[in-house]
Ligand binder design. Structure first.
Ligand code: ADE
Ligand code: ZN
Length: 341
């Protein structure tokens, strides 16, 4: 890993906290909760991470989250991710969690959010600021999402917004229009996964019906020139996840990822890890992979880092401070390394 990529100030806007659960921690938590895993070791778990599409990943991902029972489990998982953030100079992170993955197993909403939130508060000591986004599972019903929104209401001060994730095909954003109407009326910002596997139509629905501030993934927008023009004109951010897209076979390999075309189209592209424990790397590894395989220039890398802070749910003052940090870093790194281009 290039040290300047590791040290570049970064913001992460698309990370599922359950997707940061590394096999070693999964095993440790399973042991203390006396849960049997269908694998003999952490190495065997990692070996099983071969996916052919989104659904083949989700089946394993939901099974892995089954070890999480107590507040301490959610705390430990979140803390481990924040330590990774500190090591990679991720200065700000906006974290999804999937309450229904846990409440459907009988784990109370409060247990989940208390554990995650306490780690986020403690994470400030590491120099990592954060926001939390409550994400609905789109393969479940709109009624279940509405019930989850109700459970989230007492914790609204801890949440910046709501999101939509899980199996995209066959579950268009329109299914959740009433839930998102209610969430916005209650003061939540909204985001949604769209255009990861699903068609551009799903991105239009997320924009027009769910009134999202950002599109999670969105890589299929390039199939619709009118949609690209709309996204570019309004600078609606896309939270793109390069290693995820390759692992889930959205692209054949990193060299054929369309991130560089998205940037060239004038879109506000951000780089993110999605589920780093499953996809082979955290945010810095994603930046490294696109630099190596897409021949991104230093100017493009600088832009991507800036876009992350620009697209964050932060105050104008906080953004300005962090953007100045990025610009200062690039001015210094450029001089020190000399041959960056
Ligand atoms: N949940 C966790 N990762 C996801 C992804 N890449 N797409 C949809 N839902 C998810
Ligand atoms: Zn995601």
């Amino acid at each position: 890993m290039d040290t300047w990529i590791r040290d570049l100030p970064k913001a992460e806007l698309h990370i599922h906290i359950e997707g940061s659960l590394e096999p070693e921690l999964m095993f440790a938590i399973a042991q203390r909760n006396q849960i049997a895993l269908p694998y003999p070791s952490a190495v065997a778990v990692r070996d099983a991470y071969q996916f052919s599409n989104l659904q083949s990943f989700l089946d394993i991902y939901y099974a892995g989250a089954g070890v999480l029972l107590h507040e301490q489990d959610f705390y430990d998982m979140t803390w481990a991710y924040l330590e990774r953030c500190a090591a990679q100079n991720i200065r700000h992170t906006e974290i999804f969690f999937d309450p229904q993955t846990h409440t459907d197993r009988g784990v109370p909403f409060a247990t989940v959010i208390n554990g995650i939130y306490q780690a986020l508060v403690d994470g400030k000591q590491l120099g990592v600021s954060s926001q939390l986004i409550c994400s609905f599972l789109r393969h479940l019903s709109a009624e279940s999402a509405m019930a989850t929104l109700e459970q989230a209401m007492p914790f609204q001060d801890w949440l910046v917004g709501v999101g939509l994730d899980s199996s995209e095909m066959g579950h268009p954003p329109v299914k959740f229009q009433a839930v998102f109407d209610r969430a916005r009326a209650e003061g939540f910002l909204t985001v949604a996964h769209a255009g990861e596997e699903g068609p551009p139509e799903y991105i239009w629905q997320a924009l027009e019906l769910l009134k999202v501030s950002r599109i999670d993934h969105g890589v299929r927008c390039l199939e619709d020139p009118k949609l690209v023009a709309y996204l570019a004109e309004r600078q609606i951010p896309l939270t793109v996840c390069p290693l995820s897209n390759v692992k889930l076979c959205v692209f054949d390999d990193m060299a054929t990822h369309n991130l560089k075309q998205l940037l060239a189209a004038g879109l506000c592209v951000t780089v993110n890890s999605d589920d780093p424990a499953y996809f082979g790397g955290y945010l810095a590894e994603n930046f490294q992979a696109i630099r190596d395989h897409l021949a991104l220039t230093v100017t493009e890398m600088h832009q991507l880092s800036r876009n992350g802070f620009q697209a964050a749910f932060l105050s104008p003052e906080a953004k300005a401070t962090l953007l100045a940090e990025v610009d200062r870093f690039m001015a210094t790194a450029g001089r020190a390394i000399g041959n960056l281009s």
